[in-house]
Ligand binder design. Structure first.
Ligand SMILES: [Zn+2]
Length: 405
């Protein structure tokens, strides 16, 4: 049984505090997201990562005094892979890819699901749920199945069958909801309150806690030499907030001496945070008729959008958008260095290329791109690529290969 440490949730805007046992993730006054107080003391519990969970290794940085290990599907500890070839093409010292497709349900969401589940179970919830277009739905369904919870997954009515089945296989209560998808997030919180369901949605405080581990692992993998930039494909805004919080906590605890600049990367077909950023607005506005090939980041009204704006402005990073064409091109380029990510995962590389063309980076810069989910998550995208295959009879095989093609 996971038990909570003492501590508070803090409103990201007005800084009002709330009890950590609370599950409603937003401030009563400003309706902005809450977050767990930052850890200011802590060390890494070194050990054999083959036997350790992220919750154990980074236990000091989570508000749990005890962990229920049985919930874990061995999430995290994903690889960080560099490409000197791409770095030289892009004119930076190094570019590295944090391959979150290696998680149990093939996306970064598993990190936040395991921390959200710990919170839900510590509060004795037996029912959990989420609102998602794909990655988070599969993740919560899988962890719900592992923990034996009754699991409610709310998806948009327009979700294609190809995305429906990889969620349904875990046998949650899967409901296609007809209506405005961006309103479903807020509606689910109310449904959860009335029905005793803990909705582990995109930017709830305990999901942010899970995303911190991406930053922790990057620090360890780079021997505590912090990258200059971290580029994050951004939808609801929870993951980029979590990664930044992770770096900040390591700095507060004296494990690193600086925090990287964060680059929030959106698709130009759905870029509410970017739109607010370039017009110097303080709040994001809903995007009408969003459309991008990177479905995983197609959120027209991101619940953490305002907070991402505030944090990027403080942090000194930037916000950038890329077109579907640039995303497809980057997906191919990423595959050519051996990493196949879903379209949203190619958004950071596309963003780096775009910023590179404007001489944004220095030649000594190190850039980390977050590859948020595995390429097989979206096989429909294959038709956007010109993929070659040769045909040959068994008799002619040697001749064909010997011909130099
Ligand atoms: Zn507030």
């Amino acid at each position: 049984m996971a038990i909570m440490k003492k501590g508070n949730l803090i409103c990201t805007k007005c800084k009002r505090t709330f009890p950590i046992e609370r599950i409603y993730p937003r401030c009563d006054i400003c309706n902005e997201p809450l977050e767990v107080e930052k850890a200011v003391r802590g060390k890494i519990h070194e050990g054999n990562v083959l036997n350790q969970t992220i919750l154990e290794r980074y236990a000091d940085f989570f508000p749990f005094t005890r962990i229920d290990k049985a919930i874990s599907l061995r999430e995290g500890f994903t690889s960080l892979v560099g490409s000197l070839k791409l770095a030289s093409e892009l004119g930076v010292e190094n570019i590295l890819f944090k391959n979150e497709g290696q998680n149990p349900t093939w996306s970064f969401k598993d990190r936040g699901t395991v921390t959200g589940m710990q919170h839900a179970i510590s509060l004795r919830y037996k029912k959990i749920g989420t609102v998602s277009t794909g990655n988070m739905a599969a993740s919560v369904a899988a962890y719900g199945a592992k923990a034996g919870c009754e699991t409610f997954i709310l998806v948009s009515a327009s979700l294609p069958v190809g995305k429906f089945n990889p969620i349904a296989i875990y046998e949650p209560t899967l409901i296609k909801v007809d209506g405005d998808y961006s309103k479903l997030y807020f509606e689910s919180l109310e449904v959860g309150r009335q029905n005793g369901i803990y909705f582990i949605n995109s930017d709830v405080p305990f999901r942010i806690e899970g995303s911190k581990t991406i930053a922790f692992e990057i620090c360890e993998q780079m021997h505590f030499e912090v990258p200059d930039y971290v580029v994050v494909p951004t939808s609801a805004g929870g993951n980029i907030r979590g990664i930044l919080k992770g770096f900040e906590e390591f700095r507060l605890c004296g494990l690193i001496d600086k925090v990287p600049k964060m680059i929030c990367a959106e698709a130009s077909g759905c870029s509410p945070i970017y739109d607010a950023y370039i017009s110097n607005a303080e709040v994001v506005s809903r995007v009408e008729n969003p459309h991008t090939i990177a479905h995983a980041i197609e959120n027209p009204y991101p619940p953490s959008g305002n907070e991402v704006l505030r944090r990027i402005r403080e942090n000194g990073g930037t916000i950038v958008t890329v077109t579907d064409e640039e995303i497809i091109q980057a997906q191919k380029q990423l595959a050519q260095v051996g990493i196949f990510g879903q379209p949203a995962s190619a958004v950071p590389l596309a963003a780096v290329k775009k910023l590179g063309e404007k001489a944004f980076f220095g030649e000594n810069d190190t850039v980390v791109c977050i590859v948020s989910g595995g390429g097989l998550k979206d096989t429909a995208v294959f038709k956007k690529h010109e993929l070659k295959i040769l045909n040959c009879s068994l008799e002619n095989l040697n001749e064909l290969i010997g011909s130099g093609l």
